[in-house]
Design a protein around this ligand. Structure first.
Ligand SMILES: [Zn+2]
Ligand SMILES: [Zn+2]
Length: 392
């Protein structure tokens, strides 16, 4: 049985739709009138979510093998790092490029190419595309294609990461299955031509594998080996295998945990939620109720960048200062207030606080965010200390 997804741009329909730019380029959800009402009906022929059955799905063996072997290698290299010496610089280096690759995805394939929430000059695009490629999360183009489909059909059969099918499915399971007809049909209704037209994005998509091997494997592996004489296997294990697995799982939480846990102050009828811990673990992408209601807002929350753990937001701000990012889009306070009044929950929305509170909160949030981000190092360090081994 199929389901019918109807999009009607009318006053009543706005109550359940993300706020979009109006014809003047403003972000106003209150101006649509019946005189401009248009209707588009999309029929997606596929299973209801209640009928989703793992056994009836086509497996994607390439991804199953790649992710299976990669996770086994991750466990192996974690044990290898526990019982063998490594240079502390290698850990710092792995964390640094892991963070930059997370920003490449969050600020690049997500906020820039999926949502066009700001514009970037070519040196910044190059930087973002290179670091996005090394996450092993697919090209920026394919990410944006899936992500726009996720937003359009969020939490329905047309959503490639459909969280109603469970935490495992939305986190990593969807990678292991071929796309359903509902997702393919849903994607066909959307326009991705801007992504194919953008030369750098298209080239990264076309040459993704060599780019990934050169910038994601060979160069990061060789820097510790030739830079500070790290054991080649240790460098491969920490800087390539572990770094990629950990960053991937951080990024996957945006599709899984962020659609399960937290508050829904901006629209209580949708699944995506705001949660501090998810925000830490997802590199600042965990204010997800806000994000699904205002997807064009580059900040992904309504506070100033420094107030909440948000490395990609801070990165975009810094690039604005040096002229590489421009036309940053935000939701205006009056629009946010109007939306919360009509479909949100005002008491659980971020309240205005004193400057002292905001500074203290920001210090706490960034400290905890960084500490949570480095969680994978703690068992390793604890094992070394408990067994009398040296670190670095
Ligand atoms: Zn989402
Ligand atoms: Zn998004």
């Amino acid at each position: 049985m199929g389901f019918i997804k109807t999009e009607i741009r009318s006053e009543s329909d706005l109550k359940s739709k993300p706020i979009v730019e109006n014809a003047d380029g403003d972000y106003d959800d209150s101006t649509t009138t019946t005189t401009t009402t248009t209707t588009t009906t999309t029929i997606i022929n596929d299973n209801d979510d209640e009928k989703f059955d793992w056994h009836n799905q086509e497996l994607k063996w390439k991804n199953i093998l790649l992710l299976g072997i990669w996770h086994l290698a991750t466990i192996g290299f974690y044990c290898y790092a526990c019982v063998n010496d490594f240079k502390i610089q290698t850990i710092y280096f792995a964390v640094a490029i892991g963070m930059m690759s997370g920003i490449g995805t969050s600020a690049g394939s997500h906020r820039l190419w999926s949502h066009r929430s700001y514009r970037a000059r070519w040196p910044l695009k190059l930087w973002l595309l290179m670091f996005q490629a090394i996450t092993m999360n697919g090209s920026a183009l394919s990410y944006a294609r899936d992500h726009r489909t996720h937003h359009k059909y969020s939490d329905t059969a047309g959503d490639p990461k459909n969280p109603t099918r469970g935490l495992f499915y939305s986190h990593i399971g969807w990678w292991l299955l071929k796309k359903t007809d509902a997702v393919i049909d849903g994607g066909r209704q959307l326009d991705f031509s801007d992504l194919y037209r953008e030369r750098l994005v298209y080239l990264q998509h076309k040459y993704y594998l060599p780019i990934f091997i050169i910038f994601g494997v060979l160069i990061p592996w060789s820097i510790p080996v030739f830079g500070w004489n790290e054991d080649p296997w240790m460098s491969f294990g920490l800087v390539v295998v572990l770094r990629i697995t950990i960053v991937l799982h951080h990024l996957f939480t945006v599709n899984s945990l962020a659609h399960y846990f937290g508050y829904r102050p901006y629209d209580f009828r949708i699944r995506p939620a705001d949660h501090r811990f998810v925000n830490y673990i997802s590199f600042g992408e965990g204010i997800h109720n806000y994000h699904h209601v205002f997807p064009y807002d580059y900040r992904i929350n309504e506070r100033s960048q420094w107030e909440l753990f948000n490395p990609p937001g801070m990165f975009i701000q810094l690039n604005r200062l040096i002229g590489l990012a421009y036309d940053l889009k935000v939701a205006s306070p009056s629009v946010i207030a109007g939306v919360v009044r009509r479909r949100g929950v005002q008491p659980i929305r971020d309240q205005k606080r004193s400057l002292t509170f905001r500074i203290g909160n920001a210090l706490f949030d960034w400290t905890v965010g960084i500490l949570v981000g480095a969680w994978a190092a703690y068992p390793l360090i604890a094992f070394k200390l408990l067994t009398g081994r040296t670190i670095g």
